[in-house]
Ligand binder design. Sequence first.
Ligand code: GLN
Length: 283
Amino acid sequence: MPLSVDAAFHDAFQRFQTASIDTARLDARLLLGAVLGGGAERVLAESGRDLSAVEASIFEGFVKRRAGLEPISQILGVREFWSLSFKVTSATLTPRPDTETLIEAALARVKEQPKRILDLGTGSGCIVLSLLSEWKTTRGLGVDISDDALNVALHNAQKLGFDDRAEFKIADWRDGNWQHGRFDVVVSNPPYIPEADMQDLDADVRVFEPRTALVGGADGLDAYREIIAQLPQMLTPKGLVLFEVGIGQADDVEALLLSAGFRGLEQYPDLSGIARVVAGLYF
Ligand code: GLN
């Protein structure tokens, strides 16, 4: 028997509620909208018709995955960030709206287009590529310890048409052997969740997102300490660093930067008023 768009929506909504997904209604709309070839709005627009057999089977696959708590971004394989579309996989942290604060802070703080920028732990490449979309002559390097993530970042650079100005390389800031030159601006959204807090994260983050992109040691600040120790090798004189930080970490990261000789420190709030980005100049 053919399945109507309406019936498919209600079935998915109920299965997501049973799976205790808070966003059951929105998720059902997003997934069904994608099957219908658009966004969530397609569900209402096409509510009068039946799904084809192919659509019904694709939708059933999506619903099973979401009911198993896989994130929508990984099921659809894409996520919007800074109004650009990024491919995401289980190897990359899903770009989050909070991280747009980092882009805004960089644009507010940097007056002239930098020559070269560096993104540490680039993941999908969303930070460096969004900055290249604003700074049309800047060149960017994204590094990561995950080859799989770098492949996704490169794909995103090619798709967005920035592969002539963006490079991606495997590098580990912990090995203390920086060989990629100096940059005018360094940006990073490093792993910052304290080890003990991992168990409190929603399953879709805890189970499906890459652990190396999330956990920042016992107090969540390990990556900042490691990176700040390397910044003198990475930054040009008066170079700027901008970090995304977790809730309640801004003052700690600012103190780490201050004791490493950084000046002109500034914090930037996200849309909920939480200090989300810390910036400082290297002298
Ligand atoms: N903002 C992410 C979260 O709370 C964490 C990202 C990170 O550790 N850099 O899920």
